[in-house]
Design a protein around this ligand. Sequence first.
Ligand code: GLU
Length: 551
Amino acid sequence: MDDYKKLADLIFPDIKKSVADYEKEYPERNLKEGAKVTRYAPSPTGFMHIGNFYSSVINYVLAKQSGGVFFLRNEDTDSSRELSGAVEYIRHVLEHYHITPDEYEYRDIHETAGNYGPYIQSERKEIYHAFIKELVSQGKAYPCFLTQEEMDEIRATQTAGKKRIGIYGKYAKYRDLSPVEAMERIKNGEKYTVRLKSSGNFFNKFKFNDLVFGEMEFPENDIDIPIMKSSNLLPTYHFAHLVDDHLMRTTHVVRGQEWMSSVPVHYELFKTFGFKMPKYIHTPLILKKDGDKIRKISKRLDPEARMTYYEERGYPVYSLIEAIMTIANSNYEQWREGHPDADFTEFEFSPKKMSSAGALFDLDKLDNISKNYLSKLKASEVFDGLDEWSKIYDTDFNALINKHKDYTISVLNIEREQKKPRKDFACFSEVKDNIWYMYNELFDSAFDFSFLKHEEDAKKIISTYLNEYFDINDDKDTWFNKIKELTDKMGYCSNMKEYKENPDNYRGSTADISNVIRVALTTKLTTPDLYEIINILGDAEVRARFSKICG
Ligand code: GLU
């Protein structure tokens, strides 16, 4: 047996399966032509942010629209940085937005689907080791005994000399160590990581085609990157990407633009094994407007960077997906106009139509999309959404709307079933601010009649209306004619044209009279249709509110 093989056996004594065995175990997928296999591969080291979500939606759409497979892979090789609850939160977000993976492994709820697993990297150690073992036995990877101090020193020297950072060329002290010497050191208990013995030349260039950024040129990788960490014997991201996306038969890797700089390493790894590279879609940065500047959205500075923001505020699932699709492809909105009821996955998403300069995610735009969407729902559907949201985020309000369920649906129905429905709220947390005054339990009588030229008229207007005109059974025309009559009776002007010409001849106009009634019933100067408000509040409540003012 040659020495490299002996070295490989010494490092991986228990690994019996070969790369070829695994290739047979995870064969090419039997899918129809053009079907894409995509994956969302988060590291549970932080809470999901809008950029992660963006990638997951695009992965999902690509698989769905092509009749392919979308799977979820938990990239948990960095156990020291794992954040408790992050895995569960990823599952929650995917479920909430119905971005359902076809294949996954949820250890927390003991659920697995798919034949290409395990889908949790920490459970794939044996597979990675088979691949690393093969490289070591061919002399294409080697144990490196550099200590942390030595590596810090190399880094400091490279930084001071303005050199590229990394273990390459003369810095790769152990790449040419003989396997016999390496075995001796291992037997002596020396710590090591396994590094790729790079065969690249930094001064050679290769061409790479990204589906968003187009054809690009990169220098070859010449860095002996670590492929197995000494701490937990797991591979680094780069090596796991190679093994997993090859064996899981991924056709399209959709990942954040920050991974673009790793392309030379990935190119070399795939070449080393003779595997076909998947296609890459590096998703451009998500940008936001900040004053008149446009900048990258920041997890630290911008609450809307975190996915929790959207659930806390109660944006409907539909609205966020629409907003994301709108920034993904600029022709999405036009498509949506022509296909108002289609599922978003029916849209033919094209990576080529993504702007490599970045995607501007505008909260005003999201609000517009959401207001439009909510305005078109039935009142009972808005109620259901409000119920679901308030159950978690406003339990008092939840109890109130359920106590008065039919009443609440009538309130939500004001100016809804018409050609141009009202667009008062973009998310469920904004509903209460719009309708609180409809509930006796929330109504607070902070009336302000200072909009009148003669503030002292308010009481008289209300008592006259209450005693001489108010009848809950009036139809809308009768009701409005009575307001006009009341207007004239109070010395106000019921003819707006005349009023505008000679405002000084009158104490005010019909608008003032109805606003007095409006404020008395709602405390607000702008509300939806007053006639509908009166009818929903009902005779007793209207009288009670008026009496609060005129005693
Ligand atoms: N685990 C990597 C991350 O969370 C995945 C990148 C990729 O999709 O390949 O950023």
